[in-house]
Write a protein that binds this ligand. Structure first.
Ligand code: NAD
Length: 338
């Protein structure tokens, strides 16, 4: 099978490339390396094309999409919570990126698109302490402001939702099959400090004391190990027509619990008992974001337990990172893409 992977040099994209090569597929990567890195990629066996998908017109992009079996579209202006909440204008670049990629796919007659969507497409009112009836009564009543049942997570979530809706229409109007894979808070080797788990590991690595938690620690997540996301992306090719699938675990873990597990593992490496403090002014995201992963399991997908994935990720981080560098740059890394 010949696959083109936009954003293939990213954290998740590069693991997908490893997975595709492992099963004997051909991998063509398109990336502008704005947050992805050539260091993430294998030294041989991949074809890399440097392009900016935000500004390249679809007619110039289409020739890169001919004769492929599947287009994995992962390129996005994206970072973790610290980035997407504080750089919403930048994340709206994704409207342009997705539009160029999808229009080029139509021109090239791509048979199937697997889209990196997100748990951010789900309505925020379903993920917090907001009662939907109250929500309707308050600021979202139909009227001049226009009520919408969509309530995605910021402009980043809105762009992912627009991408999914475009793909639905492309199935009906252009007969292009697609699967929108909704990733839920992914972590693993090669992930960046702007994602929560890596930020926790980074704080332990530099032996931060006092240790700063963003929010009150009650936020619930289903942190998903990157190998499970790759399994889901590969399995998604089996789905027909136009579908969406959640790629996440059903393991509900609070930020406080995750921090405690990171500290336990850090202590096994070297003695460390920091004082925990809470910064309530920092971006925290919805109160509770957890996926049903029934469809993924029906396809044969397996789930890596949090402690197992965390151990692997910490071992990677402690092996490849430099303590002085991380210490010097952490505040920037928490909210920037590179
Ligand atoms: N990491 C998560 O927890 C998570 C959760 C939900 C969805 N996603 C989605 O998964 C995908 C991969 O994310 P990630 O976390 O691995 O890392 P990432 O955000 O670094 O990946 C984005 C990739 O797209 C490339 N890119 C950005 N703008 C581009 C442009 N204009 N032209 C060409 N390439 C461009 C970047 O260089 C990078 O390689 C993204 O679409 C992201 O929105 C990630």
């Amino acid at each position: 099978m010949r696959a083109t992977i936009t954003g293939g040099a990213s954290f998740i994209g590069s693991h997908l490339v490893d997975g595709l090569l492992k099963q004997g597929d051909e991998a063509w990567i398109i990336d502008n390396f704005s947050s992805g890195s050539r260091e993430n990629l294998p030294h041989s066996g991949v074809h890399t094309i440097a392009l900016d998908l935000r500004t390249l017109p679809p007619c110039e992009l289409a020739p890169y999409f001919t004769k492929i079996d599947v287009l994995y579209h992962l390129a996005a202006d994206h970072g973790g919570r610290g980035y997407v909440e504080t750089h919403q204008v930048a994340t709206s670049n994704n409207f342009a990126i997705d539009n160029n990629v999808f229009q080029a796919a139509i021109l090239a007659g791509v048979p199937k698109i697997i889209f990196a969507s997100s748990g951010c497409v789900y309505p925020l009112y379903m993920q917090g302490d907001t009662d939907f009836e109250e929500y309707l009564k308050e600021e979202h009543l139909a009227g001049d402001q226009g009520y919408t049942a969509y309530d995605p997570d910021g402009l980043y979530g809105l762009a992912k939702l627009a991408g999914e809706l475009t793909l639905q229409r492309m199935w009906l109007e252009n007969q292009i099959e697609s699967v929108s894979c909704r990733f839920f808070t992914v972590y693993g080797p090669r992930a960046k400090e702007n994602h929560a788990i890596i930020s926790f590991i980074a704080r332990a690595f530099i032996r931060q004391d006092p240790w700063i938690v963003w929010g009150n620690g009650d936020q619930v997540r289903n942190w998903t190990y990157v190998d499970d996301i790759v399994q889901g992306l590969l399995l998604a090719t089996k789905l027909e027509g136009c579908q969406a699938i959640n790629l996440g675990t059903e393991e509900m873990i609070t930020v406080t619990e995750a921090v405690a597990r990171v500290l336990e593992l850090a202590n096994q490496k070297e003695k460390y008992h920091p004082r925990i403090t809470y910064d309530l002014d920092k971006p925290v995201g919805p109160l509770c974001r957890v996926a049903s992963n029934e469809k993924y399991r029906q396809l044969g997908g397996t789930v890596t337990p949090f402690l197992e994935g965390l151990q692997k990720t910490m071992d990677w981080y402690y092996t490849v990172k430099n303590r002085i560098e991380v210490d010097r740059n952490l505040e920037r890394l928490l909210i920037e893409r590179k």
